[in-house]
Design a protein around this ligand. Structure first.
Ligand SMILES: *Cc1c(COP(=O)(O)O)cnc(C)c1O
Length: 493
């Protein structure tokens, strides 16, 4: 049988009074909810309680075939206890465990518990957070968060933004606004010039490709010894490009590069951008929330002149993954990039004075992200976050001096909470020795580190950003490094 719906016959299984057994399976009663919840909560409690003894990294091979059998979706139902057992074995166990205090690789994410409770409520309530008409409360909550972070950045006036799934989508959103604001159709994109550095995050390159801005000329401005953009070189390059008849259009600065944590000279770049009518974008995905500290505020002066800024609450605010934010100094540019109409949405357009998230992002229906950020900020207060970030800066200084005592080369002075390091000795091949050291740490598993390449050399790097990381974790790392050096006859010297 085919044809349209009218040719089909469906029975009203759910029609006899109030007992619609077959379809009501999806609507749980009080007792069933309690039973399920109890098991899920018990599981999460066990996870949290065991965290201090959990390795940050489990290098054991992942048994893909065995796991895939259970990932398969089937017509029948399953027991929650069985599923939790499976999740523990096949999802929680293998690989990196970002929830542990020993996660010091890449940029650690957080996972504060109160944010999980916010997510739980958001999913249960299921407010339609994309449109003001549908949920003025959810939208106002999100906009209040954007106002708060905008003020933290130093924006005033008609700024606006959006809660995104992360920094990559936030960068994409910001660059779409930049294109909308500065690019005039009819002129070839290949006459437009974008300025960045070798430290620019690869999500920017993705965003350039998606927006078509990869057709522009891309200039990587030289960095100084701290891996910060050299403002003088930027200025020189711009005037050279103007002489060529090109159109300088966008400069992308870092407020905390992922690689080494470098903060570009934002104040100087802002002046150069302004003098030349260039869109000034600051990628503060990693570093942005250090603005909560007095040091960060001083160090990132100039960020308030940016045309767009992105920050990752799932980094510096310790939220679980899935939280980024984009801010645009003049919200109209964001609206011009993303506002669209559909006839079936006509009822939602009664509030022209209030932007809805859907007007400022590629998304329409979306997770109610505000609650996972708002609830922890309200429950703990901002001061708790400030103190935790200050502790991360203190740990960075502590680690760096301990590393130097062990004889490590610690590279450029840190701007934030990332420390690259390597052991240099005439007795060993430097790159090979440091690769072995990383492998040693990874096999132990209690601490997880990652590596990078700086000026063609292999470096290990530590990034301190988890709210769970404290001095004992740094001391454990130092102990592991000392053991390795001792085993290899490099310590004590
Ligand atoms: C993490 C990071 C990004 C990407 O953010 P995601 O949340 O991982 O998508 C972009 N820029 C910088 C500087 C980052 O540290």
């Amino acid at each position: 049988m085919s044809g349209n719906l009218m040719n089909w016959n469906f029975s009203l299984v759910a029609s006899s009074g109030r007992s619609h057994a077959a379809t009501s399976v999806l609507e749980l009663n009080t007792q069933t909810r309690a039973a399920l919840r109890e098991k899920v909560i018990a599981f999460s409690e066990q996870f949290l309680e065991s965290l201090p003894n959990k390795k940050a990294y489990e290098s054991d091979c992942y048994d893909r075939e065995a796991a895939d059998k259970h990932f398969e979706i089937t017509a029948g139902s399953s027991e929650v206890s069985e599923l939790l057992k499976f999740i523990n074995r096949r999802v929680v166990k293998p690989g990196l465990r970002p929830a542990t205090s020993g996660h010091l690789g890449y940029i650690p994410g957080g996972g504060i518990y109160t944010s999980a409770l916010g997510d739980y409520l958001a999913a249960v309530i299921n407010s339609y957070a994309g449109v003001y008409y549908a949920s003025p409360g959810a939208v106002r909550m999100e906009n209040a968060l954007i106002d708060w972070v905008g003020q933290l950045v130093g924006f005033t006036g008609a700024f606006g933004g959006n809660l995104t799934s992360g920094g990559s989508i936030a960068n994409l959103t910001a660059l779409s606004a930049a294109k909308q604001a500065k690019y005039h159709q009819g002129f070839g994109l290949n006459n437009y010039v974008i300025y960045a550095t070798q430290q620019t995050h690869h999500s920017i390159h993705k965003a350039l490709r998606i927006t078509g801005l990869d057709e522009c000329v891309l200039r990587l401005i030289p960095v100084d010894e701290q891996y910060r953009m050299q403002a003088v070189k930027l200025k020189e390059q711009i005037s050279e490009d103007l002489d060529y008849g090109l159109n300088p259009f966008l400069v992308i600065a870092n407020a905390g590069s992922t690689d080494v944590g470098a903060i570009d000279p934002l104040q100087q770049i802002a002046s150069i951008a302004e003098a030349n009518g260039i869109w000034f974008h600051v990628d503060a995905a990693y570093g942005g929330f250090f603005l909560l500290t007095e040091y960060g505020k001083q160090r990132m002066k100039g960020i308030e002149h940016a045309d767009s800024v992105i920050l990752d609450p799932h980094k510096g605010l310790f939220l679980p993954y899935g939280s980024g934010m984009v801010l645009v100094r003049e919200v109209q540019h964001l609206a011009r990039a993303f506002r669209a109409d559909a006839s079936y949405m006509q009822d939602t357009k009664q509030h022209r004075d209030e932007y809805s998230p859907a007007d400022l992002s590629p998304e329409l229906s979306k997770h109610f992200r505000g609650l996972r950020m708002w609830l922890p900020l309200k429950l703990h207060g901002v001061e708790a976050f400030r103190k935790n970030l200050e502790e991360k800066l203190a740990l960075t200084l502590y680690l760096r001096s301990e590393l130097q005592d062990l004889g490590f080369d610690t590279g450029p002075e840190p701007d934030l909470s990332i420390v690259p390091f390597r052991f240099v000795s005439s007795k060993t091949d430097t790159n090979a020795f440091n690769r072995q050291l990383l492998q040693y740490i990874q096999e132990d598993g209690r601490i997880f580190l990652s590596s990078t390449t700086l000026d063609d050399d292999f470096w290990l790097r530590v990034a301190i950003l988890s709210f769970r990381t404290h001095q004992e974790d740094i001391d454990l790392l130092i102990k592991l490094l000392e053991d390795f050096l001792e085993k290899n006859g490099c310590y004590p010297l």
